[in-house]
Structures are given as C-alpha cells and as structure tokens.
Design a protein around this ligand. Sequence first.
Ligand SMILES: C[S@@+](CC[C@H](N)C(=O)[O-])C[C@H]1O[C@@H](n2cnc3c(N)ncnc32)[C@H](O)[C@@H]1O
Length: 229
Amino acid sequence: MPPLANHLHYGDCLTYMASLPAQSVNLIVTDPPYLVNYRSRDGRTIIGDNNSEWLNPAFTQMYRILKDNSFAVSFYGWNHADKFMTAWRSAGFRIVGHFVFAKHYASRTGFAEARHECAYLLAKGNPAPPAYILPDVMPWGKYTGNKLHPTQKPLEILRPLIRSYSHIGDVVFDPFAGSASTLIAAAQLERSWMGCELDPAYYQKASQRLINLSHSQKGASYETQQQSA
Ligand SMILES: C[S@@+](CC[C@H](N)C(=O)[O-])C[C@H]1O[C@@H](n2cnc3c(N)ncnc32)[C@H](O)[C@@H]1O
C-alpha cells in the first residue's frame, strides 16, 4: 500500500486511488481538467482536458476513499457543469455549496470577460457545519503568474477552504495536483497531504515545491518518487 500521508504520487490518479483503502482521507480539494482542451499562450496543455472518460471513475474513487461525513471541494469548467454535476451525483456526493472567486483581472475575453473561477462544495454523508462558515463569494487572490503550472491556483484561495473543511492533522487529498498548490496550502495549515500528478513536467515542479517547503518547515520531510509511472 502507498504511504497515506505527505506523499505525491507520479502517475494516474485512477490507479492510485484504487490502491487506497476506503475512507482514508478527510478532505478532498481538487482542480481537475476543465474539459476545454486548454492551451496556454506559451503552448502548455493539460492531460485529460480533451476527454471526459476519467470524470465519473475519478469521482467514484474520490467518494470511496473519503471518510463518511466529510467534504470535497471541486473546481470545474463552467461550460461543462452538466457533466461535472452528473459525475458528482452518480458518485454519491450531495451538492451543498458553491463558491465564486472573483478576479480583479480578466483571464480571457470571449462573449464576456472571464473574471471568476468557481468550485462546488460536495458532501459525503452529513458532515457537521464547520467552525468557520465561509462566504460563498471570495476574492481570487494574487495572480500566480502561472509560472509552475498554466492553471496554477493562488494559495490564498485554497487555505480558507482547507481551514474550514478539515482539522489540524487531517489528510487532505488532491488527485489532480498540478504544481501541488492544494498540498502546499494543506502543509502550511498543519494538515497531512496526498496527491497525484500524471504529467512529468508538472510532477517535477510540484516535487521541487514540496521539497522547498519541507526545507523551510522544521521537522517536515518529503522524498521524491522515481519517475517510473
Ligand atoms: C487544472 S490542473 C491542476 C492545477 C493545480 N491546481 C495547480 O495549482 O497547479 C489539473 C492537473 O491534473 C493532471 N492530471 C490530468 N489527468 C490526470 C490523471 N489521470 N491522474 C493524475 N493527474 C492528472 C494534469 O496533468 C494537470 O496538471
């Protein structure tokens, strides 16, 4: 069995999640491919963004490995909300909240300026309300510059989610880790973390970021995995 804390897996999250025991994580915060065939201005792409084959199996596994009476937060592509809703509901999740993160800049201009990102709050069972109830509209935070990943999320938007929907010492999991933003935010809040990343370039960046963090945090340790996936 893989380590159940402070581990970034290089490879397919579907295979990895299938190897985890049921009810082994306390909170999932994830930013999966949005199904939009994304290509950044500098040509970077995202595996899984051009098909939805992974969508239902991934959320079915997430539901299985999440503890009862716990939360998952999933960002999603708004123009494929129907597909995400279907996947969440058929996995067993209840839809219990929706967050909008307002940007002070437009990330794209089509028929409207794209100035927000959104995420749904999903529940497995009946979790207790959190001690800190968050507003469902929050500022996006500082633009990351997307230096480590073309869709790099600011840590400022992830920390409130993790703080509210988990406790110190809990295991926070992100199967679509990218540059490990969720995992870094979890570590900063004294949570354990686990994640997966399939793209070797992003896995490298994420690993380096986690190593840098462990060097700056007393007593923390993180070893990289050989790229054998
Ligand atoms: C939207 S990005 C996440 C970005 C991340 N939130 C950040 O701040 O850097 C989604 C990530 O999922 C990864 N991915 C796609 N399919 C995957 C799979 N089956 N298993 C593991 N990772 C996968 C992609 O390579 C991509 O880096």
